[in-house]
Design a protein around this ligand. Structure first.
Ligand SMILES: [Zn+2]
Length: 313
């Protein structure tokens, strides 16, 4: 094997300068035996956040889930229940802190000696047309959509021209699925990030490669929340892949049982999984109960085949 491929990473956010942040990411890759990585931009919109996450909606969403909020006693969610205004301003701060623009990711990739594949972020403030103009003619591998942070559904009609362009140019669509940390743990706020919402576009754009990030499973409260939908989608549509980032190895094994391993891509979500390094994420696959062939395919072979098919390897 020529080194692993990590299909889901981000730039460290504490070091702001993109080239220096890329240096940290490359060092983590070296320690993990990862030769190449997909590095993904994160562009939320405060405008969309303020208009979609109102104190009233938060109160209602929390009331609907009060049973497990109380049961699981997650501190940040206590705030959502008792102090929604404070929770909202705190999340605004976090959104700004974690923003990494598509241009920053491109700059990081340019400094990586070909080891990083930049993925742009959909930008709700620019809309589909503005996002398209931004990626046109640039060396992005694809675009990522965050139905949670962007408060949108991937099958919305207005996204069509962007998806048509991506399909014709061989760009990959990566979609966050499952919940997201903080108030996006509330089921009412992560509803749009269900893998089943991707079925219409995977069907209408058979030439578009769709990657279901997190295998539908991202959730601190209910790990594996939409796992079954992700597996159903992979088995129904040949152009759908999923990455293993922030997914319990048990669920990766279960996915292999259900749909085989040909369209599962290793992802670490570096640096976002608290307390875990990229190397830990690699080792979780290496130490799993999967057969050797499956481990190799997930850690490298599948991504190599996909990238080669897109003319990127
Ligand atoms: Zn991520």
């Amino acid at each position: 094997m020529q080194g692993y491929i990590d299909f889901h990473t981000h730039l460290p956010w504490r070091v702001r300068e993109p080239r220096r942040a890329a240096g940290l990411l490359l060092r983590a890759m070296d320690e993990a035996g990862v030769a190449r990585a997909v590095v993904i931009a994160v562009e939320p919109s405060l405008r969309v956040f303020r208009s979609s996450v109102t104190p009233e909606r938060l109160r209602r969403a929390a009331a609907d889930s009060i049973d497990y909020l109380v049961y699981l006693r997650i501190r940040s969610l206590r705030e959502v229940v008792f102090e929604p205004d404070r929770a909202i301003s705190e999340h605004e701060r976090l959104l700004l802190e974690h923003t990494r623009t598509s241009e920053e990711v491109l700059e990081a990739a340019e400094a990586s000696g070909g080891r990083l594949y930049p993925v742009a972020s959909y930008n709700p403030d620019l809309g589909p047309a503005g996002t398209l103009e931004r990626v046109r003619g640039r060396p992005y591998l694809g675009v990522k959509l965050y139905p949670t942070l962007h408060d949108c559904r991937p099958s919305e009609r207005r996204l069509r021209p962007l998806l048509d362009y991506m399909e014709s140019e061989g760009l990959v669509l990566i979609v966050h699925t499952g919940c997201d940390p903080g108030l996006w743990e509330l089921p009412d706020l992560c509803w749009g990030a269900r893998p089943s919402a991707l079925d219409p576009i995977a069907r209408s754009h058979p030439g578009l490669t769709v990657v279901v990030a997190h295998l539908g499973s991202y959730s601190a409260l209910r790990p594996g929340i939409y796992f079954q939908e992700a597996v159903d989608l992979i088995s129904r549509r040949d152009n759908v892949y999923a990455d293993t980032s922030a997914v319990d190895p048990f669920l990766v094994e279960l996915a292999v049982d259900r749909v085989g391993y040909d369209r599962l891509l290793f992802g670490s979500d570096y640096p976002y999984v608290t307390g875990l390094t990229m190397r830990d994420a690699v080792e979780a696959i290496l130490h799993s109960n999967l057969e050797e062939k499956a481990k190799e395919a997930i850690l490298a072979g599948n991504a190599e085949r996909l990238l080669r098919g897109l003319g990127r390897l």
